[in-house]
Ligand binder design. Structure first.
Ligand code: AMP
Ligand code: GLY
Length: 427
């Protein structure tokens, strides 16, 4: 039996808490700081997750056996190192890589160099700093439009700029490097070739030696229907991805996943935790757009309901290095996740609205994100309010259920995309 602490507060963490709470191996579950949803399946703790000392004190006081880190920031800042390097804390099982592994997400330049060293397909690129600004502009001239510029460091998901003209791209490079448009995160900028294709998210869990693939998903990032308007944290997700058939997934495994795991080992990076491959399917061939060192949101809300195996056993095996002895059971059903957001998101929005209709929801799972308070009438407290996931043998049926329930839940300013999964029907 284990006492488990999850770090984070989004829909991803509600889904993790929901799945972990079902495990016969979990005796007590804490979520820091959590949200109105995690409090339904565990105990929310008012902890600053970026204050590792406080997390360490809590872990000792409550005899926590395992920590599951939801977001990337604590990992990039070294929470796994903090625990591993402290004699009083190193016995705690940590699901999440150390800083060296988390750099796959924390530094886009590092990730690109890693891919180049290990022969992993990705867009052609070069990295530039203030000192090499002019070389950067010359490199841009060698690429066809549009142009992709990426701030090296974490920039709250906003560090990628796609410019349609050469002039605009040069100006953006100037803004990022000289005017520090993203602060320190853009002291180095990766300039890369634009890849034309369809994106998908592939997930794996690794234990430093081996890995298991988890379900893959397609995320819908733009706020508007038909993928228009600004990027958001994610407006919906579908799993599995119909175009990610066996042939394509074999390529993903052989060209991307295996070389990544082997490369980490070769470079002495002991990687335990989730790995998220943001891929572009370019005419049937996978290219890595980005690595993330965590699960995706809202993909988690679509993929965890499809995992039949006990998640706690899987997480424990990842932390202990015994994944090879486990099998991951993945359900064949489709999961369709629709995200309800606050009106105005991802721009300015109002919050504090009462949510009604939750008790009328049938045949779907609700994963709360920007919701606070308890009971059946929580208040909106963020941009992404909740994810509604349904499972069914057919995609259209899973979507029908999620949309029916999206209509039943209500609050002032409710918005959601009505075309999630539409592009995948008939594939
Ligand atoms: P990120 O913030 O790293 O998730 O990137 C934001 C989005 O930019 C990705 O989801 C892609 O849609 C797009 N993107 C990033 N790199 C490329 C690329 N090389 N070619 C085309 N689109 C890209
Ligand atoms: N859904 C994309 C992400 O979590 O980064």
């Amino acid at each position: 039996m284990m006492q488990i602490l999850i770090l984070g507060s989004g829909g991803r963490e509600h889904a993790l808490a929901w799945k972990i709470a079902q495990s016969p191996r979990c005796s007590r579950l804490f979520i820091a700081p959590g949200n109105a949803g995690t409090s339904l399946v565990g105990e929310n703790i008012d902890l600053q997750i970026h204050d590792f000392e406080s997390v360490g004190e809590f872990v000792q006081k409550h005899r926590i056996d395992m920590i599951v880190v939801g977001p990337e920031e604590p990992l990039v800042n070294g929470i796994a190192d903090f625990f591993a390097d402290n004699p009083d804390l190193r016995h705690v099982l940590m699901v999440g890589p150390r800083k060296t592994g988390a750099a796959l997400e924390g530094s886009k330049a590092f990730a690109k160099e890693f891919m180049a060293r290990n022969g992993i397909p990705t867009a052609r690129y070069r990295s530039f700093s203030k000192e090499t600004l002019n070389e950067g502009k010359t490199f841009l001239e060698t690429l066809p439009a549009p142009y992709v510029l990426k701030a090296d460091g974490l920039a709250a998901g906003k560090g990628v700029v796609i410019s349609s003209t050469l002039e605009e791209a040069k100006q953006t490079l100037d803004d990022m490097l000289v005017k520090e448009a993203f602060g320190k995160a853009s002291a180095t900028v990766v300039v890369e070739e634009f890849l034309q294709g369809i994106e998908l998210s592939v997930f794996a869990i690794a234990d430093g030696k081996s890995y298991h693939l988890l379900p893959s998903a397609k995320d819908y990032k733009r706020v508007g229907e038909k993928d228009t308007g600004p990027n958001t944290g994610g407006m919906g997700a579908i799993s599995p991805v119909p175009f990610a058939n066996k042939d394509f997934m074999d390529k993903v495994e052989h060209r991307v996943v295996k070389p990544t795991i082997e490369g980490l080992k070769k470079e002495g990076i002991h990687y335990c935790g989730f790995l998220f491959f943001g891929l572009m399917n370019v005419k049937g061939d996978p290219y890595v757009i980005e690595y993330n060192v965590r699960l995706g949101d809202p993909e988690t809300e679509a993929i965890l309901p499809r995992i039949g195996s006990d998640l706690v056993s899987l997480l424990e095996a990842a932390a202990r290095g015994t994944l090879h002895s486990l099998k991951v059971d993945i359900l064949p059903d489709y999961a369709a996740t629709v995200v309800l957001v606050s009106g105005g998101y991802p721009g300015a929005y109002e919050k504090g609205f009462a949510v009604t209709g939750i008790e009328d929801v049938k045949d779907s799972m609700l994963f709360f994100a920007g919701l606070k308070g308890e009971g059946k009438h929580p208040l909106t407290s963020g941009g992404r309010v909740m994810a509604i996931t349904s499972l069914a043998p057919e995609l259209f049926e899973a979507l029908r259920r999620s949309y029916e329930n999206a209509g039943l839940v209500d609050y002032m300013g409710k918005y959601y995309r009505r075309d999630i999964g539409k592009d995948l029907m008939g594939h």
